[in-house]
Structure formats: C-alpha cells, structure tokens
Write a protein that binds this ligand. Structure first.
Ligand code: ADP
Ligand code: ZN
Ligand code: ZN
Length: 743
C-alpha cells in the first residue's frame, strides 16, 4: 500500500502530496488523516506529514526503488491542525468528497495581506451637542445625519467603512458633519471597529432560567463533559445573553469559543454587542471578506490573539488550540447546510468537532429543526426553555384569511379585505406595516390563461420572471428577453405575468395607498452587500410606512414600530415537492407572524392562504412548535424521511441528456446488484431533477432512503470508487446526505 502525504499542511500545498510506501505492519493503523513520520528531502531528515490518501497501485511518476517508506505513526498530540484534519477526514467520509477538497474546505487559503489602514470616524463634541445636532437634523429631515449622530451617542469612534456600508451614510454626509465640527475622519492602523463612550456596559441581572442554563452547562463543561444542549426560546427571550455568559466562562478557563450565526443575522447591532462585551477578543468571519482577510482572522485565532470566532459555517474551522465551546444560534437555519461540494451540515460537523476537541455544543432557536427536536425527545440533547420575552411586547393577534373565499366574493387582488382595512388603519395612525411575500414557485412568471403554458428559459428548466418595462429574465443564468404578446404554444393573447412578484406588489400598493412610503427588499434591491442593512436601518428609523419583501425581512430583526404583519401567499412554499416543505413553511410563518407587536403597541398579523386548514399554517398562527412537531413527525415516520430515517441524493450533471440517462441508470442497476445491504435500502429513480436543466447542463437524480446511515455511506463509497475506474469526463456526480433542498 502507498500513501499520499502532505508535509507542510497548508492550502497551497494540498495539491502536491508526496508518495510513500506504507510498511506492512502499519497498514491497518495508518488512515487518511493520520499524522506520520517520514524521511524527507536530500538528507532524509525526519519530518511529520499528514496522510491524505491511500491506494494500492504504485505511483507512476517515480521508480519503485526510489519510493521512501513511512517511518512510523506520530504520537498522539493535540493541536489545532490535527483537529481540522480529523474534521476533514470526517467530512470526506460522511459527505462524499476527496480528502483534498475536504481539506480545502477546512483550511484557509494562505494569503498575507498588507496592513490595512482603517479610516475611523471620531466624535469631537460632547453628548449634549450631539443631541442638539440630532434634533436639528431631524427637523430638516436629514435622515442619514440623524443615523450617524445617533450612533456617535454610544460609540465615540466608529469604523468609516461600517458607517458608509452597514449604516448607509454617504461620504458627503460624513464630510458635511465634519465641516460642522461634529466629527473628524482619521486614518489609523488595525483598530477595533467600535469604541464606546461608557467604559462599563450595563449587563442585565440574569433571570433564574438563564442562570440555570449557564450554571449547568458550565459545570458540566468543567467536569470534562462534552454534552449537547438546546436553548429553546423565541427572539428576545435572552438567548444571546446566555451565549455571552457561557463564552465568558470559557475565557475565564483560558478556553476559546466558536459562535455560529447565519450570515443574515450578522448585523451591525449584533456585532456591536459582542465587541462591546469582549472587545479585541472577537474575530468575525463572513462571506464578504477576501481570502486574505479570512486568513488574517484564522491566523489571529491560531496565534491566540483572539478567543471568540463569530460567523456562519466557516467559523467552525477556526484553528483554536484550546476550544471550550461551540454555539449554534438559529440552529434550524437551512443555510448551515453547504450547497456546494462537500455538502456538509455545519451542525453535524460541529458535533464532530465537539467530540474531537472535547467541547460542548450549545444550540438555540424558537423553532428547532425536526432533527434536533427528535433528539431532544430521545434525551440525546439536553433542552432548556426561556419562556418569556424580555424585550416587552406581546404575541400578536393572528387572523388566517382564506383567499379562495376572497375570490368567491369578487376580490381578485393580492390583498384581502381584512389586510386592506388594517393597512389603512395603520397608515392613518402612522404605525408601520411589514408585508412578507413567501415567494417560491411560480410567482412572477408569465403564464397563458388559455392553455397553461409557462414561458421558460431556453437554457434552464425554470420559468422566466416578468420585470418592469416588459422584460423577462431568468434568475438562474441571467438570460433576458422581450416579453411576449401571444402564447408561443396556442397563440392566445391572454398571456400575462402572474402578478405576485415583489415589484408587482409594490406597484399595487402605490396605486392603492398613494400616500404610503414603501421600501422593497428582495434579490433585486439588495445586490450590494450593504443594501440589505441600509434598507433595514431606514425602516427601523421610521423612514417608511411599509416594508415589503421576501424571506429576508423575517429573519431576526426587531422593529419596535411594526404593529401589522401581512403574509401574502403563505402556502406557496407548501406546494414545493420537498419533504421539508411543511417544516420550512412553519418556520417562516412562525418567525414572520411574530414580527408585529414587538414594541409597546400590540400587534396583528394576517396570514393569507389557499389552505387555511393546513397544520403548518394553523400551528404557526398559534406559535405552537410542539403541536407542529407532533403532526410533522408522524408524516416523517410514515415515509421514513429524516430525522426518522436517512436519505441520500445522488446528483448527476452533464451536457448530453442521453449519456446522462445511461450513466445514472447504469449506476442504479449496479448499486442494486453490488451493495450487500441493498435490501434495507429504498431506491427511487433515476429521474429528472426538479430543476432538470440549468445553464444547458442537464440534471438527473437518484434518491436512496434507509433507516440507518451506514448502508447509504456504502452506496456513496461504491459509486465514488466506480467513478475512479470508469472514464467520465463530461459528467459530474455529487452526493447530498439528508438533503435540505430538493434537487
Ligand atoms: P435572544 O437572543 O433570545 O433574541 P437577547 O439575549 O438578545 O435574546 O435578549 C433580548 C434583549 O433582552 C436584549 O436587549 C438583552 O440585553 C435583554 N436581556 C437579556 N437578558 C436579560 C435579563 N436577564 N434581564 C433584562 N434584560 C435582558
Ligand atoms: Zn397558450
Ligand atoms: Zn436560464
């Protein structure tokens, strides 16, 4: 047997492994991921390396007598790199990828960056003068000025890029405030993005419930138990405060912590909170950082300069030497699942990392994933509840409106009578409304009312969306074309956009409520990184009456002024042919419904639906997670879907439909014949993927279901092995375990 060994474990050396012979006596102990001692270079100096692959055929580019032999297995030691390599081996094994691509997933790209000069905005006046400035700017309706001056009230130094980016204050505005003497802009090196006026932050006295969580988890951690915990509580119930205390206890013990937060929740306000509490101990990862900046963050972690890594999925791979805890906020979020190879789930990888580093994993959400609640019920995860909302406000009154009835009563618009009345009322009272369009499926597409033909993209198996100005556009590949006047199939002129996209709804609001100031948030209005927060902060400051948007508006933001939430098309996400459709709909609607009435005034929510009796909708209206769980888990049990059973989707991609069909059929047949455990497996397909073609690449899929995971891993291993043997260069095969999205 031979092993591929990487000597200097870094991203840029991964593609250059060296081949070594494995001595017979070590054959069974040396695994992918093992740390081994090897003779290296001209002088055969002993060095350590990591095994990234094993194979039986000798390497071709080197003569047999020249291949050196592995000296031995290195002693077990603990360091950050070894943890990451073990993690990569787990990812490779569980999710199907090469060791190299698994390693690339966990190791940062090595890139030194020049010390970046950071421009800072520094307050030059006392608080009283700032307050006068705010009153003055408010009177002149200079909203951006107000925003910046308000921030300067609590932080006397602010990062320029954060202000122009996340706060959406333009450079001329900053300049004008500089002229007026409120602030100055200075260039500094490597400074914290915030610094605060008051040295001491007021930390709230903990509630009994919070206290119990912190004490239990910390005590068990100190006993060396790497348990799994769940904090079950709505937004505003004090979860983040608990996380901060748990982290603080870790720091006291000289340990580090990783906090996973979905990208979308990584807002100015959230970051501010952590910087305020932990100062320069915090490092933040997010997708907008360059490779060099990411590398810098990881380097700081490795050198012990920071102790807390906050970010989405990739924060998991912070090379801490002494990891004390992993926290996963909003555990149910589907963005924790990677949608590119290797398709790992950050929660599962976090469990593995917890096991490797002997660190507890703490999760939190108001609507746990079915996976986690199933394990809570089985007693594998210890759950705590935070039962009260600490931020005030009460749960809203929820009205479910049957849109079929509206239609029968002659209302053909997107707005039910109930919603219209309530919107008028809010506009009169000067209170804010949010409108959430649950937009999956056909909304925005162009459809023939006579024959049902839908205009599709010629390169993708997806309908084109109608945009303003008579343009049709594909949201997958960007293809655009002029709108059509007649149906290409039957010639009928009754062809029109199904008016349900955000743009169309915005137009309808303008027509119906011309006095209302509307902000729209969707993929089109948030193309730039900072657009998203700009819209949120404008709305939060009361600069608009109505915020209209897709799911982006429901996640985690607290708007105290909102007293009405309208959910249009609540059930479009139900019709998705996906076993998680009900779960996703329930989560979205629960989050959305709870958006109104967060402030002092009571709130109302209107859910518009064609399926008013569906359990995902009725339980969401009642904010009843457990009721929903009981109903949903029966369906999963009956169908053997995750979390009760396991699923593997094998996805085939290729430019030639015929070849692709043959390939997938061939694989399906072989698996059936060759996998010994096949009788415990259900095979579905091969069939056309639900998106059968994207950018001229066809897609086929085979689904496998099984009550245990191991036989499915055997299917994956078998296929992986076969892919190595046969020559397929035009096609690609990917594996997705317990998929989050249908394929
Ligand atoms: P979550 O993470 O569940 O949304 P947070 O931890 O952000 O909840 O808490 C919501 C708000 O309540 C925050 O402003 C926080 O400072 C405050 N808070 C948290 N714990 C307490 C407490 N024990 N007493 C008073 N206020 C608290
Ligand atoms: Zn037609
Ligand atoms: Zn397209």
């Amino acid at each position: 047997m031979y092993a591929d060994v990487i000597v200097d474990i870094s991203h840029k050396n991964l593609d250059k492994p060296f081949s070594y012979r494995i001595p017979d006596k070590l054959e069974s102990v040396i695994q992918t991921g093992s740390k081994v001692a090897i003779p290296f270079g001209m002088g055969n100096k002993e060095r350590f390396g990591y095994v990234v692959g094993k194979h039986s055929d000798p390497p071709k580019d080197i003569r047999a007598e020249q291949i050196k032999e592995i000296t031995g297995l290195a002693e077990k030691s603990v360091n950050a790199e070894e943890n990451l390599i073990a993690l990569a081996a787990f990812i490779k094994e569980q999710y199907g990828s090469t060791m190299i691509s698994a390693l690339k997933c966990v190791l940062p790209v090595k890139k030194e960056i020049k010390k970046r000069e950071e421009k800072m905005i520094i307050s030059k006046v006392p608080v009283l003068t700032l307050e006068q400035g705010i009153v003055e700017a408010d009177r002149k309706k200079q909203r951006a000025k107000v925003r910046l001056l308000r921030e300067l009230l609590s932080s006397d130094r602010l990062s320029y890029s954060l202000v122009t980016g996340k706060l959406n204050v333009s450079s001329p505005t900053v300049k004008s405030l500089e002229k007026e003497g409120f602030l100055s802009v200075e260039v500094t090196e490597n400074e914290l993005p915030f610094s605060f006026r008051e040295e001491k932050e007021k930390i709230p006295a903990l509630s009994e419930e919070q206290e119990e969580i912190i004490n239990t988890v910390t005590a068990e951690r100190r006993e060396g138990k790497a348990g799994q915990y769940y904090i079950y509580g709505i937004t505003g119930s004090g979860k983040t405060e608990v996380y901060m205390h748990l982290i603080e206890e870790c720091l006291k013990d000289g340990k580090e912590a990783i906090l996973l937060i979905p990208e979308i929740a990584l807002t100015y306000q959230n970051l501010l909170r952590f910087y305020r509490r932990f100062g320069n101990k915090v490092a933040v990862m997010h997708s907008k950082l360059t490779d060099g900046e990411k590398y810098e963050q990881f380097k700081k972690a490795k050198e012990g300069k920071v102790s807390i890594m906050i970010g989405p999925r990739s924060a998991l791979f912070a090379p801490f030497q002494n990891l004390g805890m992993i926290i996963i906020d909003e555990e149910h979020e589907s963005s924790y699942k990677s949608e590119t190879m290797p398709k790992f789930h950050a929660r599962e990888v976090a469990f593995k990392l917890g096991e490797i580093a002997n660190a507890p994993v703490v999760m939190g959400s108001a609507t746990p994933s079915l996976e986690s609640f199933y394990r809570i019920k089985k007693g594998e995860i210890k759950a705590f509840r935070l039962s009260k909302r600490l931020t005030g406000g009460s749960l809203p009154d929820v009205h479910i409106v049957d849109m079929k009835e509206e239609l029968q009563n002659g209302n053909r618009t997107m707005f039910s009578k109930k919603l219209q009345t309530l919107m008028e009322d809010r506009l009169e009272k000067g209170e804010q409304t949010m409108l959430f369009i649950n937009r999956r499926g056909y909304s925005g597409s162009v459809l023939c009312r006579d024959c049902g033909e839908v205009i599709k993209c010629p390169h993708c198996d997806i309908s084109l969306s109608a945009h303003r100005g008579g343009i049709l556009m594909c949201h997958y590949c960007g293809y655009t074309t002029e709108s059509v006047k007649n149906c290409p199939k039957c010639g009928s002129a009754k062809i029109a956009g199904f008016r349900a996209g955000t743009e169309q709804i915005e137009e309808e609001i303008h027509k119906r409520f011309p006095q209302a100031v509307v902000l729209r948030m969707d993929a089109d209005t948030t193309k730039k990184a900072e657009d998203y927060e700009a819209i949120l902060s404008k709305f939060a400051q009361g600069e608009a009456d109505i915020l209209l948007g897709t799911q982006m508006i429901v996640k985690g933001h607290d708007f105290k002024g909102v007293t009405l939430m309208g959910i249009l098309l609540a059930d479009t996400s139900l019709s998705h042919n996906d076993y998680r459709a009900a779960e996703r709909t329930f989560q979205l609607l629960t989050q959305a419904a709870g958006r109104s009435g967060r402030g002092d005034l009571p709130g109302e929510t209107v859910i518009q639906t064609y399926q008013p009796e569906h359990y995902a909708i009725t339980f969401a209206a009642d904010q009843d997670y457990e009721g929903f769980y009981e109903e949903e888990i029966q369906f999963r049990e009956f169908m053997e879907y995750p979390p009760v059973g396991h699923m593997l989707s094998v996805q085939f991609f290729g430019p030639d439909w015929e070849r692709l069909s043959r390939l997938s059929l061939g694989f399906a047949k072989e698996v059936k014949e060759r996998i010994p455990e096949f009788e415990t497996i259900k095979q579905i397909g091969p069939g056309k993927a639900s998106l059968g073609k994207i950018k001229d690449v066809y897609r086929q899929v085979i689904y496998y279901k099984c009550s245990t995971l191991q036989p499915l891993i055997a299917v994956k291993d078998y296929m992986e092995n076969r892919i190595g043997q046969i020559s397929i260069d035009k096609e690609q095969i990917q594996f997705d375990f317990d998929p989050v999205n249908t394929f």
